[in-house]
Design a protein. Structure first.
Length: 252
């Protein structure tokens, strides 16, 4: 793990950022362009030696129809080893993790797949809910992909319940297309490494978005967010804000 991700409802995120800034933990810019846009899905801060990413959504909202208000209402309180707080409900945790893997085109490090495997082992009775929510949230491809790649890595994860879940997602031609032409083969690609050219990564990214119109909208969103972000970056630098140079961030 290189950071801690925390979800904060979008309406309360600005107040949370102001509180952190007042406590001596200002926003830390770790990317440029779209990252400067006021509606970017994540904001970074550093607390001590810990990099914390505050999320208003898992990714750009145009990529899926995740109902974050419902997800927030389903959150659960937990206490463990002297630590307490809120966490996602089991089904939402499974879906959020699957979506996160798909967002990275399933090139994540092995530990991310291990986490998903452990969630599958712990919450097998939540899979029917996952199918229902995935269809509503338009993230069937991410969930199917996460199940396909993870069970290829951990064969004992492919239980009867998981197999039924995979068959309940998408139609057969789409599942075959994803397996044959989109999803990485974990027997040939190392985790934490994106195979081939940038074109391979982009092709996978778009193929893992459920709706065609969302793929087009994602391109439009990215162009707009980048243009707005560059304008905000320019203004921030002109105002004297302490922002690392592009070469500094690019070398990390």
């Amino acid at each position: 793990m290189t950071d801690i991700d925390v979800y904060i409802p979008s309406a309360t995120l600005p107040a949370a950022v102001r509180k952190l800034e007042a406590a001596g933990h200002p926003r830390k810019y770790t990317d440029f362009g779209a990252a400067f846009s006021p509606w970017h899905h994540e904001i970074s801060v550093v607390i001590g030696d810990v990099h914390v990413e505050l999320h208003r959504s898992f990714s750009q909202r145009v990529r899926a129809a995740v109902d974050y208000d419902v997800m927030w209402r389903r959150r659960e309180w937990f206490e463990r080893d002297g630590v307490s707080g809120y966490r996602l409900s089991p089904a939402d945790a499974l879906l959020g993790h699957a979506f996160g893997l798909a967002k990275d085109e399933f090139s994540s490090e092995l530990n991310r797949f291990l986490d998903f495997y452990l969630l599958l082992k712990r919450y097998p009775d939540e899979l029917d809910k996952c199918v229902q929510y995935a269809k509503t949230w338009q993230i069937e491809r991410p969930l199917f992909g996460a199940l396909q790649v993870t069970t290829a890595m951990f064969p004992d994860a492919k239980t009867a319940a998981v197999s039924r879940t995979m068959d309940a997602l998408l139609d057969r031609p789409t599942r075959q297309f994803l397996v044959a032409q989109v999803l990485p083969d974990p027997t040939r690609e190392h985790s934490g490494w994106t195979s081939g050219q940038r074109s391979t990564q982009v092709r996978r990214k778009f193929a893992l978005i459920d709706r065609r119109w969302r793929r087009v909208a994602f391109v439009a969103y990215y162009i707009q967010a980048t243009a707005v972000g560059l304008a905000f970056e320019w203004h921030a630098r002109r105002s004297g804000m302490n922002i690392p140079s592009r070469s500094t961030i690019g070398s990390r």
